[in-house]
Design a protein around this ligand. Structure first.
Ligand code: SF4
Length: 286
């Protein structure tokens, strides 16, 4: 089950696929969200995980005011639901760890690069990579299981293997145990944004997708050998760091690309028997 407390997204990532459906606009809270969630949960099997933040980030700046994500977490934790939170925000680490450590909650923040200037161009409204790393570290030290989405890898922008090695090393040091990655799949609107933001480099990206891309379900994929070349460094670095790894929506299978319990990180959600008392104790007394 996907759960998105907001529509639109103030982080305004150039590569966002959701804008093809809802346009490029700020996050706005869904009406009657908590009442509707409470009603829907009555019909929903408790064994199935709930993924928060699949098409709109659950921790945009607006969340500090509306508190919809916190209210949803409160309800889900009280009902012992399994929850996976995906975000580029950092507010969760300052405000919601009390709920996360009590419940069956795991997180998969997205960090696409450590380079603040690339991030500023590509994810203009989102917190800096270093603040995302710090939030991740705070959460894992409190005992929240975490993976990271290194997603998407965009040719010429964040595909440098040395930068990827540093990124994975930092993610591992911050306590994440799993990495999922995928290449950028172009849609007309997101490709247009990338091309106009990056000038000559953007033009090279456009050429790569328009001349060598393959149409799959409304997206343009790069050819398989190029996708393997882009994702290989992420997977190799994760393997060297002793992390679990997966690729997502790439059609690449086998141990070379996937050694985790799930591709989205739901396998990280702690079950009823998992004990994280030490992390909770450390966090409550820090
Ligand atoms: S954080 Fe996610 S939903 Fe928001 S703009 Fe970026 S890719 Fe889209």
């Amino acid at each position: 089950m996907s759960l998105n407390p907001y529509t639109g997204c103030s982080f305004k990532c150039l590569y966002c696929y959701a804008t093809a459906y809802i346009g490029l606009r700020d996050s706005s809270p869904k009406k009657q969200f908590i009442a509707r969630l409470a009603r829907d949960l009555r019909r929903y099997d408790k064994r199935i995980p709930i993924n928060i933040g699949t098409s709109s980030d659950p921790y945009p700046p607006e969340e500090a005011y509306y508190g919809l994500t916190r209210a949803a977490l409160k309800l889900l934790v009280a009902e012992n639901r399994k929850v996976l939170v995906t975000t580029k925000g950092t507010l969760y680490a300052k405000r919601d760890l009390d709920l996360m450590v009590k419940g069956h909650v795991a997180i998969t923040p997205t960090i696409t690069t450590l380079d603040p200037s690339i991030s500023l161009y590509v994810e203009p409204g989102a917190p800096t990579p270093v603040s995302r790393l710090n939030a991740l570290r705070t959460a894992t030290r409190a005992g929240v299981p975490a993976g990271v989405r290194v997603d998407p890898i965009i040719p010429y922008l964040n595909d440098d293997p040395y930068m990827i090695e540093d990124l994975i090393g930092s993610i591992a040091e911050a306590g994440a145990v799993f990495v999922v990655t995928s290449t950028y799949k172009a849609r007309p609107d997101s490709l247009k944004r990338l091309v106009s933001a990056f000038g000559g480099l953007g033009e090279r990206i456009r050429k790569l997708y328009s001349e060598q891309g393959v149409k799959v379900n409304g997206y343009i994929y790069l050819r398989k050998s190029l996708r393997e070349k882009l994702l290989g460094p992420v997977i190799d670095a994760a393997r060297r760091a002793g992390m679990e790894y997966a690729v997502c929506r790439e059609g690449l299978t086998g141990k070379l690309w996937f050694n985790a319990g799930s591709c989205d990180g739901t396998h990280l959600i702690p079950g009823p028997g998992d004990r994280r008392d030490e992390g909770l104790r450390r966090w409550l007394h820090s």
